[in-house]
Design a protein around this ligand. Structure first.
Ligand SMILES: Nc1ncnc2c1ncn2[C@@H]1O[C@H](COP(=O)(O)OP(=O)(O)OP(=O)(O)O)[C@@H](O)[C@H]1O
Length: 308
C-alpha cells in the first residue's frame, strides 16, 4: 500500500501542493485529474523520489521513501515513473530498448518477454526498427513497454497517451490497464483527459491548485460532481435554479418533454457528437445544454424536463 501525507510543497516560496493525505491499496488504479499546472506531475515526482519534501512523508508498505536528499540515485527500484518526456535510446532497436530494462528473472526467456511487452503496446511489427525512426506516439508506446518491463510494484504514469492517436488510444489503454490488473500492479495516472479517468480508474482524485477537491469512484464523481469546476471536466454543465436552490445538471440529465410543461428553451445551435446532438439553447436568459437524438434547428422552442 502507498501512503502519502504531504502538508505542503513548493519549488520556490509559492506553494504548489497542499494537504495531500491519501493511501492507494495494492493493485488499485487511481487517476489524478486536473487542469494543466495544478501539480499532478509534481506529486508523481515526489512519490518516485525525484523531489525532496520537507513537510511530508511517503511510505510504500513499511518502507519510507526518502527522496533525493537521502538516495544517491533518485527513484525507488520497485517504482517506475513514466515522465512526459520519455527518454529512449535512439540508436538501438525497439526490442533492445525494452530488453535493457527486463528484470533478471526474465533473462532466460528474454525474447518471449520482449514479445509479450510488444504485444501489450501493439508494437510487435516495429521490434527491429531503430527508435530514432519512430513517430512521437510510437516512442511513447515503447516507453510504456519499457516502464512495465521491470515488473514494478507501483507504476506512475504522467499523461501516458498524450502522443497517441485516437485510433489506437482506446485499444492500447484497454490492453495496458488489463495487463496491470492481471499483474496486480498499482498504478497512478496523471491526466487531464476525463474520458480516460472515467473508463480506466478504480478511483479519481480531482486536483485543483495543488489540493484534492473531490475523491470518488468514476461513477460517483460523474453523477455527483461537487461543484461546477469538477462537473466541467465531463463536458458542458448547467447551473439551474430549481425550487429556489441551485443545481448542477449535466446535459445527459435533461430531455425534451413531450408535453408543453417544464423549462421552455429556444435552440441556439446543435452540435453533432456522433451518436447524439449536444444542443445549446437559451432559457430564462441563461445558456442551457442538453442532449437529443435529433438535430434541432435554430429558434425551435422546446420544453425540458429532468430525466427520471
Ligand atoms: N522545476 C520547477 N521549478 C519551479 N516551478 C515549477 C517546476 N516544475 C513545475 N513548477 C510549477 O509547479 C506548478 C505545478 O506544475 P506541475 O508540472 O506539477 O503541473 P501539472 O498539473 O503536472 O501540469 P501539466 O498537466 O501541464 O503537466 C506549476 O505552477 C509549475 O509552473
Amino acid at each position: 500500500m502507498l501512503k502519502v501525507d504531504i502538508t505542503d510543497f513548493g519549488y520556490t516560496e509559492k506553494t504548489v501542493l497542499k494537504n495531500l493525505d491519501f493511501t492507494v491499496e495494492k493493485g488499485k488504479h487511481i487517476s489524478i485529474l486536473g487542469e494543466s499546472g495544478c501539480g499532478k506531475s509534481t506529486l508523481l515526482k515526489i512519490i518516485y523520489g525525484l523531489l525532496h519534501v520537507e513537510n511530508g512523508t511517503v511510505f510504500w508498505n513499511d518502507i519510507e521513501l526518502l527522496g533525493p536528499n537521502f538516495n544517491l540515485v533518485p527513484g525507488e527500484p520497485f517504482i517506475k515513473y513514466l515522465a512526459q518526456d520519455f527518454d529512449l535510446m535512439p540508436y538501438i532497436s525497439v526490442a533492445d530498448n525494452i530488453g535493457k530494462h527486463l528484470s533478471r528473472r526474465f533473462m532466460r526467456q528474454r525474447e518471449e518477454r520482449i514479445n509479450e511487452l510488444l504485444e501489450v503496446v501493439d508494437m510487435t511489427a516495429f521490434a527491429d526498427v531503430h527508435v530514432k525512426l519512430l513517430s512521437g506516439g510510437q516512442k511513447q508506446r515503447v516507453a510504456l513497454a519499457r516502464a512495465i518491463a521491470k515488473e514494478p510494484e507501483l507504476l506512475l504514469l504522467d499523461e501516458p497517451f498524450s502522443h497517441i492517436d485516437n485510433f489506437r488510444r482506446n485499444a492500447l489503454r484497454r490492453n495496458l490497464y488489463a495487463y496491470l490488473k492481471k499483474e496486480n500492479i498499482t498504478c497512478i495516472t496523471a491526466t487531464h483527459d476525463s474520458e480516460e479517468a472515467l473508463s480506466f480508474s478504480d478511483e479519481i482524485k480531482m486536483m485543483r491548485e495543488g489540493q484534492f477537491i473531490q475523491t470518488a469512484t468514476p461513477e460517483a464523481l460523474f453523477e455527483n460532481p461537487k461543484n461546477a469546476y469538477v462537473a466541467s471536466f465531463f463536458g458542458d454543465v448547467n447551473t439551474l435554479e430549481l425550487d429556489g436552490e441551485k443545481h448542477l445538471i449535466m446535459p445527459h440529465q435533461l430531455e425534451v418533454s413531450e408535453s408543453e410543461t417544464g423549462l421552455k428553451a429556444t435552440v441556439i445551435k446543435s452540435y453533432f457528437k456522433g451518436s447524439y446532438y449536444l444542443v445549446e439553447a437559451e432559457a430564462q436568459g441563461q445558456k442551457i445544454y442538453f442532449n437529443t437524438v435529433d438535430d434541432l434547428d435554430k429558434d425551435t422552442f422546446v420544453y425540458l424536463k429532468l430525466k427520471l
